[in-house]
Design a protein around this ligand. Sequence first.
Ligand code: 5GP
Length: 203
Amino acid sequence: MSREGLLVIVCGPSGVGKGTILSALKERNGNIRYSISATTRSPRQGEEDGVNYFFKTREEFEEMIKNDELIEWDEYCGNFYGTPRSYVEQTIKQGYDVILEITVEGALNIKKKYPDCVSIFLLPPSFAELRRRIVGRGTESDEIITKRLEAARKEIEQVDKYDYVVINDYVEKTADSLNYILHSEKLKYTRNTDVLQRIGMKD
Ligand code: 5GP
């Protein structure tokens, strides 16, 4: 593969179903890779180090920031989250599309550093449904649920900062939409300025 892959940011409030959609997207598209973030949050039941996240102490995380090992980082509900640089940069160079599932603040920082990135915001079908999903997950205390709902409201208000917005009502439909977005992005002229050479009309 010679062409660089896309850097794709997928945002959306906690509970919108990002994990489910991104798994369904992977089934449709073999060219995507997911970046694994570093976090100081404790693992939830079933989460594994190096699979869901790289779980770090606060000191280890601060060391990563100091060594410029993260392309962005953010504090969310009292924990740090950050995107490791080396995996993202190498994988894009190899031609894969790399998906970052990060906070709004993190997304805005990535956009400043990588203006060519593609940003997608996932919305719930309604705010009531979002509350139902977060409560139904049953993995968080009432206090954390309240914090996450407040954070969700603030994040959703920033939907205008994204290139694309997709309402996650049905998993299959939403995953298809994300896949179409990736395909369309690759057809943009700005990503194909050598197109005349490719068809033999220019040296
Ligand atoms: P959770 O604790 O539910 O796994 O994630 C909480 C929030 O942190 C989610 O909105 C998730 O997208 C975001 N997040 C996960 N990894 C990163 C990261 O590397 N950077 C930033 N900025 N946000 C992240």
